[in-house]
Structure formats: structure tokens, C-alpha cells
Design a protein around this ligand. Structure first.
Ligand SMILES: O=CCC(=O)O
Length: 497
């Protein structure tokens, strides 16, 4: 029997085997096969990663912008060339379908492409003669050693939401990917080093809560970015902030999709099927609540029929629409929330429990599940389910829909389907959610716009990507400078008098 591979750490440009005694199994969610073992790094290993990053920062911060952009250009090329290999790693450890994995890599790639133009993004301001003979200008400088802590659901895209812009700005970085699917995140970092990042500029340490807390409290780390659940994100934000660090936590959600009766049903229903059940609902931007306005409520039977047609199978089947959930625990949690929905009186229109997938009987599968008659007090509405479960709510008017959504504490994403421009304009103006889709079900912005989830879905001012990412990973230094006039100029001036 071949031995299960042990996932190394990446410290100072080298892959190193952890000396820890604490290892966890990395499990294929479709088969329960143990595909790797991941270490929970020791405190010494975490410190070593940070000290390597600190050392590397001394020279990397003064490297030319052109040099940093060329590394990113090479990195995007390597990411493209290795998409197939990365996608297989993601599907093996996360479970999502290969097309979903490739889609995720594409979204990560977009951020790397954005980082290729860092010289245009990291520009300061200059005022000549702000006062007579005095110039004022800003330097947009890197912070130092930065850290990223990422969730399991996008093991390539979420790290890409962090380190490419951070290192392109001149920082060094320590990444702690999810211990549930670490292999693709590590390989991603290796590609960045192969592209030309000097040793120590990007390091990877694996682990659990102790490692995350260690990064939040390490005196040599200046900023922490987190993407994951609200519970963990709040803890990370509080710890990192108390330790005096800049922190951004992008967290849980309950994303509503409003369908007006004037929408094109073919478009709206198909898009909602994908947005609610794609990636098995394990994404912070999944549509988890459908708000059906007026007669759009009559479309529910049609929606249920469309949802029944989705194919649930191992992510390696390219025809599959949904793969398994990430772990048996995740499946158990989602199934118990479904039961809670039934117990609390919601109407179960489609039940995805007790699904057996032929050839993958051990997989953590849950099929598309639809509830109608959901109200604001039900647990299936108040909790983020993170599974393929859609809650449906009926309201009379668009104004009712907006009021209903604005009462929800989360503010990650929202969508509206309509053919009425005035309604769309009213909606975008009045909805209190940071990312709005108009006839677009999952409004994750392209990488040159920032990820602007809001309210309960976010802690910290600045989001990943776009201009906000550059602000997050840099500090502005303002210089007020007076130089006495050049001697020759002085003489000329005097002689002209
Ligand atoms: O998980 C967070 C991001 C997304 O859903 O695309």
C-alpha cells in the first residue's frame, strides 16, 4: 500500500516537513479515502515562517515595481498552464465539480492579472507648491509581514484574494490555508515562487485555531485578512485588532434573490437554480433565500421541477451539477438544519436528504432542497446553512422585499430579476447590501472592483480586490518637503533684480 502523502510547510522558499506530532487526515468527500495528512505546525515553525518573511521583506520592499509586475505576469502564465492539475487537487479534497474548480481558478487568476498592473494601482499624490516652495506628496508603502487565513470552500480563489496584491505591493506574506483541503493552496504558493517571488516572500503554514491565533497575535505581523465563517471571522478580527493589527474579516451571509413578476421566468429560474445549488451551496455568495414578489410565487412548482433535474455526483463527473459537501460533519449539520426547518413548520417542497450516488455510496451528498413558507424566526432563515438548501418567501411588493432583506443582519450579496429599469434603480438605491446583482444572480465583482460585502458579513473597512485591496495592504506616508532654491537659480534671480 502506498503511503499517504504528508503536506509540507513552505518556509523560506523551501518545502519542509513539519516536526509536529499533530496531524489530520485530508479526506476525499466523494469516497472518504484519506488522500493526505496535514500537519498542525508547531509554534517554532510559525515563528520561523514569520522571521523568514520579515527578513525577505527588507529587500522585497525595495524591489522595482517592474520586477514585481513581471513576477505576477509569469505567475498568471503558470496558473493558466497548471489549471488542470490544480482543479484535480481541488476536486479531490474539496469535492466540487471539476468545472466549478476550473471556474474558481479563473476567478483567482483574474486577481493575479489585476496585480500585474500594480504600478498603476500603487500611485501616490503630489502637490507642487502646496505652500510657496513646499511640496507635499504621498508614498504608498507596503506594511511588512502580512497574513492570510482562508476557508475550505475556495482553496485557490480565497488565497488569490489575498497574497497576489499583498506581495505585488511589496509585502511579504504567511498564508494559513484551510486544513480541510490544503494541497491546492500549497501548490498555488509554489507556482508563485516558481514565477520569481524570492524565498521568504510567501510562506505557507498549516494548522487549526492555534495557528490562526498565533498569526493574529504575532508581534511581527502587521495585517491579517480572513475569509470564512462569522464565528471564526469575529474571533480573528477581535484578536488581531486587540493586537494592534489591521484586519479584514469577510464572513457569513444570507443572500436573497428577489424575483419580480415582470422578470423573464426562463432566465430568472435557471439562474436561481445555479446560484442556490451550485458548489452545493458552500459559498458565501450562494443565493440561499428566494423572495418571490406577487405572481412570481406561482413559478415555484416550475422551479422545483428544474431543481429536481440537477445531477448530483462525484466532482470528477463533468456532467455533475453538484458534488458532495466537504465532510460528513458538514452533511450532518445541513441535514439537521433541514429537519429543523420541517420541525419549525416550513413546507419542504424538495428534500435532498438520503441521497445515494451509485459508485460513491460513502460520499457526503445532499441534493437540492427547497423550503416554502419560511419566516424570519426559523432557524433555516437565521443561520447560514452552507449547503444546497433554498428558503422561499412570498411578499406582495418590491418595497416589502427590500424591507424584508434590510432587516436581515447580513449584507454580502443580493440579486434582483426584473425587466423594469425603474424597479432596478429603486432596488440598488434602497437595498442595504454591499454587492447587488441586477439580473445577475451571484454578484461577485470582477477582480478590479473590490469585494464589498457589508454589515454583518464583514468586519473592517476595506475589502479584498480592486482599489480597496491596495489600500488594505499599504500605508500612506505623507511627506511635506522644502528645499532651498538651487544656488544658480538664486544667483540668477538676484542678478535679474
Ligand atoms: O465564498 C465566498 C465567495 C463566493 O461565494 O464567491
Amino acid at each position: 500500500m502506498s503511503e499517504v502523502p504528508r503536506v509540507p510547510l513552505l518556509i523560506g522558499g523551501k518545502l519542509v516537513q513539519s516536526q509536529t506530532t499533530e496531524w489530520r487526515d485530508v479526506i476525499n468527500p466523494a469516497t472518504q479515502e484519506v488522500v493526505a495528512k496535514v500537519p498542525f505546525a508547531t509554534r517554532e515553525e510559525l515563528d520561523l515562517a514569520v522571521s523568514n518573511a520579515k527578513e525577505a521583506f527588507k529587500t522585497w520592499r525595495n524591489s522595482g515595481q517592474g520586477a514585481r509586475m513581471r513576477v505576477m505576469l509569469k505567475f498568471q502564465e503558470l496558473l493558466r498552464a497548471n489549471t488542470g492539475k490544480l482543479a484535480e487537487m481541488i476536486t479531490r479534497e474539496h469535492g466540487k465539480t471539476l468545472p466549478d474548480a476550473e471556474g474558481e481558478i479563473g476567478r483567482g487568476l483574474e486577481v493575479v492579472e489585476h496585480a500585474c498592473s500594480i504600478a498603476n494601482l500603487q500611485l501616490g499624490e503630489y502637490a507642487e507648491n502646496a505652500a510657496s516652495g513646499i511640496d507635499v506628496y504621498t508614498l504608498i508603502q507596503p506594511l511588512g509581514v502580512c497574513a492570510g487565513i482562508t476557508a475550505f470552500n475556495f482553496p485557490v480563489m480565497l488565497p488569490c484574494f489575498m497574497f497576489p496584491i499583498a506581495v505585488a505591493c511589496g509585502n511579504s506574506f504567511v498564508l494559513k490555508p484551510s486544513e480541510q483541503d490544503p494541497t491546492s493552496s500549497l501548490f498555488l504558493a509554489q507556482l508563485a515562487l516558481e514565477a520569481g517571488l524570492p524565498p521568504g516572500v510567501l510562506n505557507v503554514v498549516h494548522g487549526g485555531p492555534d495557528t490562526a491565533n498565533g498569526l493574529c497575535e504575532h508581534p511581527d505581523i502587521k495585517a491579517v485578512s480572513f475569509i470564512g465563517s462569522t464565528r471564526v471571522g469575529t474571533e480573528i478580527y477581535n484578536r488581531a485588532s486587540a493586537a494592534g493589527k489591521r484586519c479584514q474579516s469577510m464572513m457569513g451571509a444570507k443572500n436573497h434573490c428577489v424575483i419580480l413578476p415582470d422578470a423573464d421566468p426562463e432566465v430568472a429560474l435557471n439562474q436561481l437554480v445555479g446560484a442556490a445549488f451550485g458548489a452545493a451551496g458552500q459559498r458565501c455568495m450562494a443565493s440561499s433565500v428566494a423572495v418571490l414578489v406577487g405572481d412570481a410565487r406561482n413559478w415555484l412548482p416550475d422551479f422545483v421541477e428544474r431543481s429536481k433535474k440537477l445531477k448530483v455526483n462525484s466532482g470528477t463527473d463533468r456532467e455533475a451539477d453538484l458534488g458532495p459537501l466537504v465532510s460528513p460533519n458538514a452533511k450532518k449539520r445541513v441535514e439537521s438544519l433541514i429537519q429543523k426547518g420541517v420541525d419549525e413548520g416550513a413546507k419542504l417542497l424538495l428534500d435532498g436528504r438520503n441521497l445515494k450516488v451509485s459508485g460513491f455510496e460513502q460520499g457526503n451528498f445532499v441534493g437540492p432542497t427547497i423550503f416554502d413558507g419560511v419566516n424570519e424566526d426559523m432557524t433555516i432563515y437565521t443561520e447560514e446553512i452552507f449547503g444546497p438548501v433554498l428558503c422561499c418567501v412570498g411578499v406582495e411588493t418590491l418595497e416589502d422585499a427590500v424591507a424584508f432583506i434590510n432587516r436581515n443582519p447580513n449584507g454580502n450579496g443580493v440579486a434582483l430579476f426584473t425587466q423594469d429599469g425603474g424597479a432596478a434603480r429603486y432596488f440598488q438605491n434602497n437595498i442595504d447590501v454591499g454587492q447587488v446583482g441586477i439580473n445577475v444572480p451571484i454578484p461577485v465583482p470582477v477582480a478590479w472592483f473590490s469585494f464589498t460585502g457589508s454589515r454583518g458579513s464583514k468586519l473592517g473597512d476595506l475589502g479584498p480586490n480592486g482599489k480597496q485591496a491596495v489600500q488594505f495592504w499599504t500605508q500612506t506616508k505623507t511627506v511635506t518637503a522644502r528645499w532651498s532654491a538651487h544656488a544658480k537659480t538664486v544667483n540668477t534671480t538676484i542678478s535679474m533684480r
